[in-house]
Design a protein around this ligand. Structure first.
Ligand code: HEC
Length: 273
């Protein structure tokens, strides 16, 4: 924050790359220890989409370490990083954890349902050390790497979930700004609230990207919105991102676009090759 205080649960406000790409990045990116891999193959396992013809990540397989660094480094920026199952070419936005308790889906692309602490615990366990990364017939990890090295106790995961649920956004310091009421009028006039519905400023529904047809029965079971946000690159889903517009201020610094990002779409394709 401007006054120097640290806001727990908010996306980072600092560029992670000065920490040193070679020292930190592989472990930041990968949820499992990729023993026996060179740097290039490690990143291929993280990002590769082998069922797509001419996958741009294929080149990582044969890359020498000095070539990998300059490619990976720009993917680390304020609020962004090249996450596992994401891409160095389309870095992933680090989400705000404040308010997670009220969200029905986890991840921008709604990869997991969130019905309570048990789902959050499962998600934490999955992304921390047990993501097998199998996509249909495509296996991204070797047999050794697939072995789960350790497991956090349920008590620890439950405590983690309770901590995340306890996070509170700070009070909005701009409440006396007269432009707030003008902004509210615009918000109402433009119908933003049909998707960013008060009081959570998300309707907590899935929105389909253009060209993606959910399997039969899914529309009702998953509470999919009737309107699509559109997406230039093909199928998938996205959640209507929660906005904080009332008494709380937004801690996001990278709300630059409301259009669907390509990495999100690719990620969903990866889930359903
Ligand atoms: C048809 C539904 C819909 C409407 C209407 C809509 N949005 Fe969104 N909005 C979305 C979705 C879905 C996302 C997330 C897109 C993504 O992550 O790719 C989003 C994302 C955003 C974000 C980025 C939030 C973040 O955390 O990154 C902002 C800011 C935003 N919308 C503002 C607005 C405003 C202001 C309006 C009205 C002018 C509006 N939206 C109208 C569905 C909608």
């Amino acid at each position: 924050m401007n006054d120097g205080t640290l806001l727990h649960g908010a996306p980072p406000n600092e560029d992670a790359s000065p920490l040193g790409v070679f020292r930190v990045a592989p472990w930041v990116v990968s949820p499992v220890e990729l023993a026996g891999d060179g740097l290039g193959i490690m990143y291929w396992r993280s990002f590769g989409v082998p069922w797509i013809a001419e996958d741009i990540h294929e080149r990582f397989k044969t890359m020498a370490p000095p070539e990998v660094g300059p490619l990976i480094r720009p993917a680390f920026a304020v609020g962004l990083f090249p996450r596992w199952n994401g891409s160095a070419y389309y870095p992933t936005k680090i989400p705000d954890l404040i308010g997670i308790e009220d969200r029905k889906y986890i991840d921008h692309t709604a990869t997991h349902q969130h019905r309570g602490p048990a789902d959050l615990m499962r998600y934490a366990a999955l992304v921390t050390y047990s993501d097998a990364s199998d996509f249909g017939p495509h296996r991204m990890l070797s047999d050794t790497q697939r072995r789960i090295p350790s497991r956090a106790p349920d008590e620890a995961l439950y405590a983690l979930a309770q901590y995340l649920y306890s996070l509170e956004p700070p009070l909005n310091p701009n409440l006396s700004d007269p432009r707030i009421s003008t902004g509210r009028q615009i918000f109402n006039r433009e119908g933003c609230g049909s998707c960013h519905t008060p009081p959570l400023y998300t309707n907590n529904k899935l929105t389909l990207t253009e060209g993606f047809t959910p399997p039969p029965g899914h529309a009702r079971a998953l509470d999919i919105a009737h309107v699509s946000k559109g997406c230039g690159t093909g199928g998938g889903t996205s959640t209507t991102a929660p906005l904080r517009l009332s008494r709380r201020c937004s801690t996001r610094r990278d709300c630059r676009t409301i259009s669907c990002r390509r990495a999100s779409c690719r990620l969903v394709r990866k889930l359903a090759p």
